[in-house]
Design a protein around this ligand. Sequence first.
Ligand code: COA
Length: 335
Amino acid sequence: MEEIKFNQIGVSFKGSGSYVPDQILTNQKISQKVDTSDEWIKSRTGISERRISNLKENVTEMGYVAALNAIKMANWDIETIDLIILATSTPNDLFGSAPSIQAKLGAENAVAFDLTAACSGFLFSLVTATQYLKGGSFKRAIVIGADQLSSFVDWNDRRSCILFGDGAGALAIEATNLFDNFIGFDMRTDGERGSFLNLPSKNNKDSIVDNIDFLSGGFSSIQMNGQEVYKFAVREVPIILEKLFRTTNFSSDKVDWLILHQANQRILDSVGDRLKISKEKILSNLEKYGNTSAATIPIMMDEAIRDNRIKQNDIIASSGFGAGLSWGAALFKWG
Ligand code: COA
């Protein structure tokens, strides 16, 4: 029989890293600020505590450490990195924080840029990086998800402030002509439903000189219609994953791990039920970190890779979803 050779460029996953701040905000502590309770938060979301950046931590600092840990696991020389994508909605420089991570790493041969897609940001960045690698433009990429939502949460709004925390995670991915471990993906947005979850600019009117007005910069706080976002997630995430399984000829029982954006334990359970994926395969660390936006998926992956739950060649189905509204899914093999 004729030997079948793999004659395309594929990708291989080489390393993971993460970083979360030390400062812990428990449900009990939040209930000193707003009218809520540990029991209410835990039963509605699965969250017990979340991490809050200290005054020196920001997206660049957190993203840098996560990236460095992924690079160490991959055992790469820093100068061999071609591409750094930072998924964030809370850069500490609105012109982009990825280049400052590049500079801190000393990755002088890499191009670095931010990608904003809120809680879908990591999934969208992962897809973006793999397409550059498969297209032959770059060989080694670092994809970082990092967010500091604590700076944009309305800490007087009990309907939203209980959900969010800070952190960063990263993956090291490289091109290979031996196989392709990125099996497939899909991505969607629906701006019509954008008002369900947003972080709008303040748009305060000011004037420069007579008759020339302008809108001053700056952002307000996270505004969320929790029930609508919940309904969106439990409806759209199973649909996009089922479609991805169909188009890639995969059945959900072949999946070793379901790694969803960590938003709410009830969303994770509901999606798992719809896809008939058993609870043991659905990774969750919501209890410890809450929703860290673009960072949830890579933090969860790094944790499960380092404690040996995720092993070489395990099949991972992942979905990110959130503001935009935006959502996406990816199917890949670790290693
Ligand atoms: N503590 C105590 N009571 C609270 C509360 C809190 N932290 N937050 C809301 N409540 C109250 C409400 O005021 C309301 O009381 P009322 O009926 O007297 O007005 C009641 O609880 C029910 O509110 P509701 O908004 O219907 O709760 P819910 O069951 O939908 O749970 C969320 C709220 C936010 C936990 C849930 O909607 C959710 O998780 N949605 C998805 C949000 C998300 O994941 N966002 C990020 C996506 S990337």
